[in-house]
Design a protein around this ligand. Structure first.
Ligand code: SF4
Length: 391
């Protein structure tokens, strides 16, 4: 079979006025370059799990202007997407289905709203795609692809079995950063979080040797590449990550990852971060206020518990020469309009290197979505959700 791997890359704004006003700001332009310059790790991983008799081609869609520009001639088209890109992804799926291709979709959004996706895709993959991709490919080649593939309940992918993603499918020199996943999941549960905690309830790490092998493969193809760990929260298992950081120190890489504020409690970890080439950590601070952080982490109110330590943590990390990208959410229930000044003041006081501000967004499948739906605060519920089924 000829298989097209289609990644919905780039930054999108549904509102033309917002596009004109906001997306030309220098910080947004810079961040969008970084985001747009990262390939879809999930598709490259599925490519590595595809038997060699099939032909693979990887494409990115930065800006879908015309379906006529899409590459053609595929028997199977696999589309990876997130909620923000899903409308475009469905248009791409409709286009390929009309051409007679088997269209398969997966990922976080599709896992949470499989019926919505089924209106556009021939096949929907629910959950971690690594667990069912081989079955899908076998069935598609035999002309009997099922409408839905899902792993048995309670089955999760063992990252020790993860293959090296097919980085060789990329036109690798057009990417500023290449991604490597070292863990999946997060020990916390923030009500708004639409990351890998929606796919796997625990916290799983990839063995050190596998991570190093992936980094070496990237650097074989692109010497000097900057590495971004595609993790939601690195370092949750300290012993494992200290072993990884010691191994990384010998590789001479520069890298970025996402973590929580607790890394600042561990001076040895901070030293290892610096020695291993870490350039920046992104931390979800969410709000500089006790009220804003209250109740958003559902297991033990982690964000509010740690909010008093935020300033010291930023100083400790940045004091090692590692910049912090602090993320704040505007619109949290505990905050009011004074949060704008509070964030400004926090950045001033701490010399936070970079700040990322987003508006609280209830993604389908999150506890936040269900809560706002139940409270009648979602004006246009996603298809397949209703106030009655909210928790
Ligand atoms: S700490 Fe980050 S990754 Fe973990 S649940 Fe909260 S938002 Fe998600």
């Amino acid at each position: 079979m000829r298989i097209g791997l289609i990644a919905m890359s780039g930054i999108r704004a549904a509102d033309p006025e917002l596009m004109a006003l906001g997306l030309t700001l220098p910080g947004v332009v810079e961040r969008s370059r970084v985001v747009a310059s990262m390939p879809s790790l999930s598709l490259l991983t599925l490519a590595a799990l595809t038997p060699p008799e099939h032909e693979l081609a990887y494409h990115e869609i930065d800006d879908l202007r015309s379906a006529g520009e899409l590459p053609g001639g595929f028997d199977v088209v696999a589309i990876s997407t997130f909620t923000a890109q899903v409308a475009d992804a469905y248009r791409v799926a409709d286009h390929y289905r009309a051409q007679g291709a088997i269209v398969v979709m997966g990922g976080l959004h599709v896992t949470r709203l499989p019926d919505e996706a089924a209106a556009h895709a021939t096949t929907v993959i629910v959950g971690e795609g690594e667990l069912t991709w081989a079955d899908f490919i076998r069935d598609a080649a035999a002309g009997r692809a099922a409408a839905r593939y899902a792993p048995p309940a309670g089955t999760y992918f063992d990252l020790a079995s993860a293959p090296i993603p097919r980085y060789d499918l990329l036109d690798i020199h057009r990417y500023n950063r290449l991604t490597v996943q070292t863990s999946r999941g997060c020990p916390h549960r923030c009500d708004f979080c639409a990351s890998s905690i929606l796919l796997t309830p625990g916290y799983a790490v990839k063995p050190v040797e596998n991570v190093i092998a992936e980094i070496r493969r990237i650097r074989e193809l692109r010497p000097g590449a900057f590495i971004e760990f595609a993790d939601d929260n690195s370092f949750a298992t300290r012993g494992h990550y200290k072993r990884l950081l010691r191994a990384l120190a010998d590789e001479g890489v520069r890298w970025f990852t996402e973590a929580d504020v607790s890394i600042a409690d561990d001076p040895e970890l901070l030293d290892l971060l610096r020695e291993s080439g870490c350039r920046q950590v992104l931390i979800g601070l969410e709000s500089p206020t006790p009220a804003g952080t209250g109740g958003i982490e559902l297991r033990r109110n982690f964000k509010q518990l740690r909010q008093p330590d935020y300033a010291a943590a930023v100083r400790a990390i940045q004091g090692r020469g590692i910049t912090v990208n602090g993320c704040f959410i505007l619109g949290l229930d505990g905050d009011d309009e004074s949060v704008f000044d509070a964030i400004h003041d926090f950045i001033d006081r701490t010399d936070l290197f970079e700040a990322q501000l987003t508006v609280l967004t209830p993604f389908p499948g999150t506890p936040l979505y269900d809560r706002l739906l139940a409270e009648g605060r979602i004006l246009e519920p996603a298809p397949g959700t209703s106030a009655r089924c909210s928790t």
